[in-house]
Design a protein around this ligand. Structure first.
Ligand code: HEM
Length: 487
């Protein structure tokens, strides 16, 4: 056995000299037989994987979710059953529109992608710091993101595209008002709330279904930056939010969130005056109050940023028994998009990586092979990768994997004709206006200044269309913007 401290090549062979290439003569050119040099350069060329198409800049941490209220009346989900139960978690925070090297203090929603490593598999809530979103149908998402990213010709950010899109998509009004308000630039990831945003479902042992929204309330309080503070910070420390999280956890100043749910009985969805599956809307707490169910604490930093954060593959389709989806058309699209992105970005067997494999249970299935198969999950190992057990089911061997009908989701009644139903002619304005009306005078002034700082850069026809939308949300809102634009 060689000394463990020897520098070796990938095949484990000790390296005699890692400072000097193999050359033909003292001043001569290099030799192709220098496989050490080739291995080093070739691996270097492959150090990067594609960055996430959205939410590329981010940071992560592990933590603990402690259940303080038993939810077995609503769900069989293991992590929501049994007061005091603790479940390991992983979270990745992010901005949305910037690239991997972009500044943290941008005016942009923040990703709040949380994984619970439950005894019945990994449950991911891949939400944002906002309870709503710009769209109500996932077919619009690529168009929307194109307007948030760089112009394909100039490679510059493009306010014209952004406002042109919003002018044509009034369902964005609520989220645009949040984004442009004082809430639009969180000071860091600790001092902001998180939301599951979508409506999901819970189902219990009796087969009853409830609609649910998840809320994570920061115990650090909410702190936001003004445009001026953010502009300065972006120059001083582009990694301000990441640094804040790393320092806090290193100092054992563990950030915490109080976890709440809003719960709606299944049948209410048919009569509630707000479409509960429309992601541009919130459920007023006066209708469905917050129920406190636990606490999330972040208390451990990853050891290897690339392995654990860059390769983290969070997905709204990571669901566990007791938790299901809802008909929300955005959520439905996301159920496809994430695992597809992971197969492209990380590779077929991304779920075998330590951050992605189940930690509190074992993955047992008949899928085999694929690039990099055989990476054993350090927690429980994984059958994927070709151990000796059958790769088909059912089978008659003693180790045959059993289906568990006790985990069957109750059937969901659906009706209606298959069609492409218009996303227009719905109420796009009431909640945007309600939000505007609760802002104080100073905040209204800052909101209008922020909107106009950007909207003033675009063509007159787009400005005029936006003023119509703001006016429909609230006459005073539209009036102030119209005046500030000099229309
Ligand atoms: C990341 C697609 C809507 C929150 C991503 C990624 C894709 C994607 C492809 C990159 C995944 C990866 O490479 O790991 C979509 C589509 C949407 C949508 C198609 C609409 C249909 C939303 C919404 C939210 C959201 C509504 C929040 C409520 C996030 C977060 C991440 C993310 C937090 C980063 C996850 C991480 O930290 O790894 N999205 N998205 N997305 N998305 Fe979405």
């Amino acid at each position: 056995m060689t000394n463990k401290s020897y520098l070796t090549s990938q095949n484990g062979a000790p390296i005699a000299d890692d400072q000097n290439s193999l050359s033909a003569g003292k001043r001569g050119p290099l030799l192709l037989q220098d496989w050490q040099l080739i291995e080093k350069l070739a691996h270097f060329n492959r150090e990067r994987i594609p960055e996430r198409v959205v939410h590329a800049k981010g940071t992560g941490a592990y933590g603990t979710f402690t259940l303080t209220k038993d939810l077995s009346d609503y769900t069989i989900a293991d992590h929501f059953n049994g007061v005091g139960k603790q479940t390991e978690t992983f979270i990745r925070f992010s901005t949305v529109g910037g690239e991997m090297g972009s500044a943290d203090a941008e005016r942009d929603p923040r990703g709040f992608g949380l994984r619970f490593y439950t005894a019945n598999g990994n449950h991911d809530v891949v939400g944002n710091n906002t309870p709503t979103f710009f769209l109500r149908d996932g077919i619009k998402f690529p168009d929307f993101i194109h307007t948030q990213k760089r112009n394909p010709k100039t490679n510059l950010k493009d306010p014209q595209a952004m406002w042109d899109f919003w002018a044509e998509n009034p369902e964005a009004m609520h989220q645009v008002t949040i984004l442009m308000s004082d809430r639009g630039i969180p000071a860091n990831y600790r001092q902001m709330h998180g939301y599951g945003s979508h409506t999901f479902s819970l189902w219990n042992a009796k087969g009853e279904r409830f609609w649910v929204k998840f809320h994570f309330k920061s115990q650090q309080g909410i702190v936001n930056l003004t445009n001026e503070q953010a502009d300065k910070l972006k120059g001083i420390d582009p990694d301000s939010s990441q640094r804040d999280l790393v320092l806090a956890i290193t100092d054992k100043n563990f950030p915490k969130w109080t976890v709440n749910v809003q719960i709606m009985p299944e049948a209410d969805a048919n009569t509630y005056h707000i479409n509960p599956f429309d992601l541009t809307k919130v459920w007023p707490h006066s209708d469905y109050p917050l129920i406190e169910i636990g606490e999330l604490e972040l208390n451990r930093l990853p050891e290897n940023y690339f392995a654990e954060v860059e390769q983290a593959a969070l997905s709204p389709s990571n669901l566990v028994p007791g938790i299901g989806v809802s008909p929300d058309k955005m959520l439905q699209a996301r159920l496809f998009a994430y695992a597809d992105a992971h197969r492209y970005r990380v590779g077929t067997n991304y779920n075998q990586l330590p951050v992605n494999c189940p930690h509190a249970t074992q993955a047992n299935h008949h899928q085999r092979g694929g690039a990099m198969a055989g990476t054993a999950c350090p927690y429980h190992g994984s059958q994927t990768g070709g151990d000796a057990s059958p790769n088909y089911g059912p089978n008659t061997t003693p180790e045959a994997l059993q289906e568990s009908s006790q985990f069957a989701e109750p059937p969901l009644r659906l009706d209606g004709e298959a069609d492409r139903y218009s996303r227009y002619n719905q109420d796009d304005y009431t909640q945007a206006g309600n939000l505007y009306r609760i802002f104080g005078e100073d905040e209204k002034q800052r909101l209008v200044a922020t909107i106009c700082g950007s909207l003033s850069q675009v063509t007159l026809d787009v400005q005029q269309k936006m003023v119509v939308h703001f006016t429909k949300a609230d006459a005073d809102y539209g009036d102030r913007i119209s005046k500030a634009l000099g229309l």
